[in-house]
Design a binder for this molecule. Structure first.
Ligand code: PLP
Length: 397
């Protein structure tokens, strides 16, 4: 194939050359005496990506799902009550994992397209005078629907109710792309994965844990082995691991963190907002709607776009894949066939966003959705011309 198969899904994301090169190295000895000189600073720098100084970060060789499992099995006991909102496939799967692990799961079913229900959660926490709820679980960025929830708001609700429950966050498609502040928001466990904002292959679950959660870990009785924090704590302090770490991915992670810090985290967030806003302008110009029902829930990492009635979004995704060599995200579960997704996170820029919009336009027209060719691209171009960083040109004499 000429050129590249376009990757416009919300994960895995596009891998920068610098990250790929950092991993194109001979395999190394994970027990080498100088390995800690690499691993200890990596742990320290990861904390910056979560904006935590007080917390501890663990790196598991696993996909993000393992991070969910690590979060709950290390901090909770069988039959403990947890409060979670389900508004998409990922929040649904985390709730399902909690049930299968033997927790008492109080699920707040929320309409897909909306975010975490702060008022309902506030009522439940207020009513829970005996403090039976041990943890509140929040999917920061629901990748199914392109909805970002207000984690700081959940912290406020917990504080207002004077409730001691831990706050756990799935930040797999937000951390390192959308502002996330572990310490400031009082998050006790935050889960990230390597293949989204960190621009790496799948294979690392990165879990940041507060001192309060580490304290809970001491008495938590859910069975655990592979994901046990205790084994990590014992070995990580000297820069080593209880079993073979994914050293290659960790070398890539070093490069990815270096890139994120060189750009500056706040600039990374601003870039994601700019690109997402351009995509949203394009969607509006087509006359289509986002799955996210209100602007306050708009995700800066992924847009889920509803296809008009009478059309099948799976057809569109298939056409885009075969005819135009681009991968889009399909609609999952409740919105299968009704929505498609454009991932615009990680190593992503204006021209890539325009490519995605141009390809989607062709595929939309191919399935028969009446849009005007170039309308979405033009709307995004205008936004990018206004918002892309200015450069200083030398004066011509
Ligand atoms: C991708 C994703 C997951 C699942 O992670 P895996 O790496 O596929 O196990 C969980 N939650 C969210 C919000 C995600 O975007």
């Amino acid at each position: 194939m000429s050129g590249f198969q376009g990757l416009f899904i919300p994960g895995p994301t596009n891998m920068p050359f610098a990250v790929r090169q950092a991993m194109d190295i001979p395999l190394e000895d994970q027990r080498a005496p100088d390995f800690p000189q690499f691993s200890l600073p990596l742990f320290q720098d990861l904390k910056k990506a979560f904006k935590t100084e007080k917390g501890q970060v663990f790196i598991f060789p696993s996909s993000g799902t393992g991070g969910w499992e690590a979060a709950i099995t290390n901090t909770l006991s069988p039959n403990d009550k947890v409060l979670i909102a389900v508004f998409g496939q990922f929040s649904h799967l985390w709730a399902d994992l909690c049930q299968r692990k033997g927790l008492n799961v109080d699920i707040m079913q929320v309409e897909w397209g909306e975010g975490f229900p702060l008022e309902l959660a506030a009522q439940k926490l207020e009513a829970d005078k005996k403090h039976e709820i041990k943890a509140v679980l929040v999917c920061h960025n629901e990748t199914t629907t392109g909805v970002t929830s207000d984690v700081a708001g959940v912290r406020k609700v917990l504080n207002a109710a004077n409730h001691p429950a831990m706050l756990m966050v799935d930040g797999i498609s937000s951390i390192a792309s959308i502002d996330f502040r572990m310490d400031e928001w009082g998050v006790d466990v935050a889960v990230a994965g390597s293949q989204k904002g960190f621009m790496l292959p799948t294979g690392l679950a990165i879990v940041a844990v507060s001192q309060k959660a580490l304290e809970a870990h001491k008495t938590a009785k859910l069975p655990r082995c592979f994901f046990d924090f205790a084994d990590m704590i014992r070995t990580n302090k000297d820069g080593f691991f209880p079993y073979t770490p994914a050293t290659t991915l960790m070398r890539g992670l070093r490069a990815s963190l270096d890139m994120l810090f060189a750009e500056g985290l706040e600039n990374v967030f601003a870039r994601h907002n700019r690109l997402a806003e351009g995509v949203r302008k394009g969607v509006a110009a087509w006359g289509l709607s986002l799955c996210a029902k209100e602007p306050k829930w708009h995700s800066d990492t992924v847009s889920a776009i509803l296809i008009p009635k009478g059309f099948n979004s799976d057809d569109l995704v298939k056409i885009a894949y075969y005819r135009y060599k681009m991968s889009l995200g399909v609609g999952l579960n409740k919105i299968a066939g009704r929505a498609f997704r454009i991932g615009h996170l990680g190593s992503f820029n204006e021209i890539m966003a325009l490519q995605a919009l141009a390809g989607v336009e062709m595929a939309l027209m191919d399935v028969g959705v009446p849009i005007e060719a170039g309308s979405g691209v033009a709307a995004a171009q205008q936004h990018f011309r206004k918002s892309a960083p200015q450069i200083q040109l030398a004066k011509v004499a």
